[in-house]
Design a binder for this molecule. Structure first.
Ligand code: DAU
Length: 353
């Protein structure tokens, strides 16, 4: 059995579903915050058990759970993840990403210390992180490699950077068998519609404006979530304790280019009688300290563990749009009261309507 924190969120859900499909039993620990949906895991049946728990809360609930469930591995996906929300309210990010990770590390350390020798040797804690810890890259900079200095800019990225440092410190100081992955921007099924691509799909399906920050020339290295999940399972299975692995497809489209492709796919799969989807694009107020470009070098993961992405940007975007079209109940549920409040707080009234 493996324990997945944040297993009812976007990447967590996709990871849990893939692990279950491979015959694993999974214990999900999730705070069930605004971006999580319990229903994501319902068809996992008896192989998935969900426990609602806030990792940042003091107490021994997690210690008891670990002692009872005896997982062979923990994958730490739980985090507050939206950069704009971290700018609007950083405290939740400090609580979840820093305090939550600290408490998890301490609970796992106590559990792992008490394991019989062989189980202790086989145990793994995989800390799931992001490319944003490195800060913004200039167009001519090479992609970041494992070990490059951290230069986070947003409160979100700073708290993720801190959580990476904690995870590595627990490995070095206490010998806890920690591995770290840093991944680029994910997209795909079950992503809460505040993030750029699901937001664009959500807005387009409702005939509403598609908000582009600033000039839209920022570059992200998009990865279909299933490719990330395969990387996580591979690192868990064969990664070296103490190592960091970058996960990336090595792409560099601008936001406007991705938007253009997404609009073309939407026009093909769900044409709008009023005209092309791209007519809905609106340039809106930029994000403060908006990072221009992220890029990761994933040579280590490819060479040492034989991973590579299976989806191209085109095939991944099409799969994503098809999923949202087939799961209108899901995104309508996700786009509830909290989402509407967020849109109204962040965007111009024309977008938030
Ligand atoms: O790079 C990995 C990171 O990717 C993850 O660690 C974060 O959790 C995740 O939120 C994401 O960060 P970004 O800030 O890159 O993702 P987001 O979807 O918010 O924005 C992607 C790009 O699109 C970014 O340049 C900002 C822009 N954008 C975003 C929104 C929400 C817009 O132009 N308009 C929007 O309305």
């Amino acid at each position: 059995m493996i324990l997945v924190t944040g297993g009812a969120g976007f990447i967590g859900t996709n990871l849990v579903r893939a692990a279950v499909a491979r015959g694993e039993e999974v214990l999900v620990v999730d705070r069930l915050g605004y971006a999580a949906q319990e229903a994501n895991l319902e068809d996992g049946g008896a192989r998935v058990r969900l426990v609602a728990l806030d990792l940042a809360a003091p107490g021994d609930a997690l210690d008891r759970l670990l002692a009872e469930a005896r997982p062979r591995a923990v994958v730490h996906c739980a985090a507050e993840t939206h950069v704009d929300r971290s700018i609007a309210g950083p405290e939740a990010f400090v609580a979840s990403n820093l305090v939550g990770t600290f408490r998890l590390l301490e609970a796992v350390r106590a559990y792992w210390t008490g394991l019989p020798e062989e189980e202790g040797r086989a145990f793994r804690l995989l800390h799931v992180s992001t490319d944003e810890v490195y800060g913004s890259r200039a167009p001519e900079d090479p992609p970041n490699r494992e070990g490059d200095p951290y230069e986070p800019t947003s409160p979100y990225a700073a708290t993720k950077a801190g959580s990476d440092h904690l995870a590595r410190a627990w490995q070095r100081t206490y010998g806890l068998p920690v591995l770290v992955t840093n991944c680029t921007n994910n997209y795909g099924p079950y992503q809460y519609p505040e993030k750029f691509l699901p937001l664009v799909i959500h807005q387009a399906l409702r005939g509403r404006p598609l908000p582009v920050y600033g000039d839209g020339r920022q570059v992200r290295d998009w990865l279909y979530v299933d490719d990330h999940v395969r990387a996580l399972l591979r690192v868990l299975e064969a990664g070296t304790v103490g190592a960091t692995y970058h996960v990336s497809a090595g792409l560099g489209p601008t936001n406007l280019e991705v938007l253009e492709r997404l609009c073309a796919i939407l026009d093909r799969l769900r044409p709008r009688p009023e005209g092309p989807t791209r007519a809905l694009v609106r340039h809106v107020t930029d994000r403060p300290a908006h990072d221009r470009r992220y890029a990761l070098d994933s040579t280590r993961l490819r060479r040492e563990l034989g991973w590579r992405p299976e989806e191209s940007l085109e095939s991944g975007l099409e799969k994503t749009v098809r999923w949202y079209l087939a799961h209108e109940d899901w995104w309508r549920r996700a786009a509830g009261e909290d989402f509407r409040r967020w849109l109204a707080a962040r965007y111009e009234p024309e977008v938030a309507r």
